[in-house]
Design a protein around this ligand. Structure first.
Ligand code: PGA
Length: 261
């Protein structure tokens, strides 16, 4: 069985300008260094706004910081007359490794549907970016269809043009848990993650399914992270609010200390 390196990803959303980002990343790197963080054992990445990426790239490469970084979205188009869009090619040119695709806030406020998300995923992969594909049910979905049906359907949709992909990350984020302070239970997250891994197997084959990291997201904190990472199919977390607090985010990245391993 493939060993999946746990991944702690900080989604800053629309917070911190490029100057704040520089100070933040510097402090985060120091905090993790002080805690003797081993990035080979637990991978950590931040997802700043587009306007911060160049500054973050320069700092990370100049100071040889092992922190990874990604973007929060990408265009479905390669380039051309798409005002306001950011191309995967441009992100790759900034050494961006990851890109969040299909976050529920994009689905909800920007009306992104499965087809559009599938194009973004395909475009990211084509340009050597690793998509962090977000799926998750609303409170209403949960009541109507149970926890897994909508995430499973969304993952199928997101992978529609991604046949042959080998390097992706999936984030299960129940919409009702995002920013609400009410996280899913580790058992709930595991139940859906298991179903999502099954979908990965169906679409991309057993080997890729086995190697793909599935994250949980939604009100993750240092006080609840260990429970999620104890689950066999949960391989990390996509952290929103708590990723803006350096001590808290560093403590989440150090979840092994909470687990006692
Ligand atoms: P939250 O957000 O940790 O603030 O709930 C998670 C996310 O939206 O990725």
């Amino acid at each position: 069985m493939a060993e999946r390196i746990p991944f702690i990803a900080g989604n800053w959303k629309m917070n911190l300008d490029h100057l704040q980002a520089i100070a933040f990343v510097q402090k985060l790197a120091w905090t993790l260094k002080d805690a003797r963080h081993d990035y080979g054992v637990t991978e950590v990445a931040v997802f700043p706004p587009f306007t911060d990426l160049r500054s973050v790239q320069t700092l990370i490469s100049g100071d040889k910081i092992e922190l990874g970084f990604g973007a929060q979205d990408v265009s479905a188009h390669p380039n051309g007359a798409y005002t306001g869009e950011i191309s995967a090619e441009f992100l790759k040119a900034l050494d961006v490794q990851y890109v969040i695709v299909g976050h529920s806030e994009r689905r909800q406020y920007h009306h992104e549907g499965d087809e559009h998300i599938a194009e973004k995923v395909a475009n990211a992969i084509k340009n050597g970016l690793v998509p962090v594909i977000c799926v998750g049910e609303t409170a209403e979905d949960l009541e109507l269809y149970g926890p897994s049906a909508v995430p499973v359907q969304q993952l199928h949709g997101a992978l529609a043009l991604a046949g042959g992909a080998t390097n992706i990350v999936v984030a299960y984020e129940p919409v009702w848990a995002i920013g609400s302070g009410q996280a899913a239970t580790p058992e709930q997250a595991e139940q859906v993650a298991e179903q999502l891994r099954y979908v990965l197997g169906e679409v991309l084959g057993g080997e890729v399914a086995d190697a793909t990291r599935i994250l949980y997201g939604g009100s993750v904190k240092s006080s609840n992270i260990a429970g999620f990472l104890r689950q066999p199919n949960v391989d990390g977390a996509l952290v929103g609010g708590a990723s803006l607090d350096i001590a808290e985010f560093a403590s989440i990245a150090q979840f092994r200390k909470h687990v006692g391993t």
